[in-house]
Design a protein around this ligand. Structure first.
Ligand SMILES: NC(=O)c1ccc[n+]([C@@H]2O[C@H](COP(=O)([O-])OP(=O)(O)OC[C@H]3O[C@@H](n4cnc5c(N)ncnc54)[C@H](OP(=O)(O)O)[C@@H]3O)[C@@H](O)[C@H]2O)c1
Length: 249
């Protein structure tokens, strides 16, 4: 059985690849950095009896998403993990528009396109879309990023509801991590060193809960408590706290 993971060259995507290989899934790993993907392929194939196919690709283009879907049809993947994504910390009036548009293409348009293509072509299986706890709150100083993840979360939940109503054998689930130590902080231009859960722990929880069919996966007790308060308290109360946290970065 094949699982496809975008953004598999580092961080959470890489860790989920190792986790799925342990569960005997063959893998299609997608990212832009070929050398990282080759190293991961070698490491996984060395210690697991699975096949690893690498696709060096920038998913921020719709054409590439279509190509990826087309090229992977022969493997009939039963798990699709739309994980490729990045953030950018800063004031909205200062962040470069080009970076934000690239973020929208990667975090929203690629996830949207691949979900559409695979929902239509899969016979059964799971699509796991990686959102964020930041998608549950308008987050000052990460405005576009948190909005992009809110899109992923709400769109995936709504599609999953439609699929349940039509008794589809396909599920669309979401992973919503809090801070995880990956290359995210460096890419997001944060000054503070990333602190949080390890990518391995996040991936372990993500794969366990995904295979159990959990619709909204929130790894870790702290983030579950955070989610509870995000549901309970008015957004206007919480946003100033979020501003303070982001401002430190
Ligand atoms: N770390 C956190 O605190 C955190 C919290 C909540 C949610 N998330 C989400 O988790 C996901 C994974 O992030 P991470 O924390 O693991 O960060 P990461 O270590 O920077 O990994 C991001 C991955 O996405 C790939 N990627 C980025 N843009 C791409 C593109 N245009 N085409 C193909 N691949 C692309 C990168 O590979 P290449 O550079 O090789 O292309 C890399 O493999 C993201 O969606 C992120 O928003 C992270």
């Amino acid at each position: 059985m094949f699982a496809l993971i975008t953004g598999a060259s580092s961080g959470i995507g890489r860790a989920m690849a190792f986790e799925l290989a342990k569960k005997n899934y063959s893998l299609i790993l997608v990212a832009r950095r070929e050398s990282e993907l080759k190293q991961i392929k070698a490491k996984i194939e060395e210690s697991n009896k699975v096949e690893v196919i690498i696709k060096v690709m920038d998913v921020s283009s719709v054409k590439n998403c279509e190509k990826l879907h087309e090229e992977t049809q022969t493997y009939q993947p039963e798990i699709i993990i739309n994980n490729a994504g990045f953030g950018q910390v800063g004031r909205f009036d200062e962040i470069d528009l080009g970076i934000e548009l690239k973020m929208i293409e990667t975090n929203i348009i690629a996830v949207h396109t691949l979900t559409k293509l695979f929902v239509r072509s899969m016979k059964k299986g799971i699509i796991l879309n990686v959102a964020s706890i930041a998608g549950m709150l308008p987050t000052p100083l990460m405005a576009s990023y948190s909005a992009s993840k809110a899109y992923v979360l709400n769109f995936s939940r709504a599609i999953n509801c439609e699929l349940r109503k039509s008794r589809s054998p396909i599920k669309v689930l979401t992973l919503n991590p809090g801070p995880v130590v990956t290359e995210f902080g460096k890419v997001a231009n944060t000054k503070q060193k990333m602190q949080g859960m390890s990518a391995d722990k996040c991936a372990k929880i993500a794969i366990r809960d995904m295979l159990a069919g959990k619709k909204v996966i929130v790894p870790g007790v702290m983030m579950k408590i955070t989610r509870f308060f995000l549901k309970l308290l008015p957004v206007s109360w919480i946003m100033p706290f979020a501003y303070r946290i982001q401002n430190r970065k």
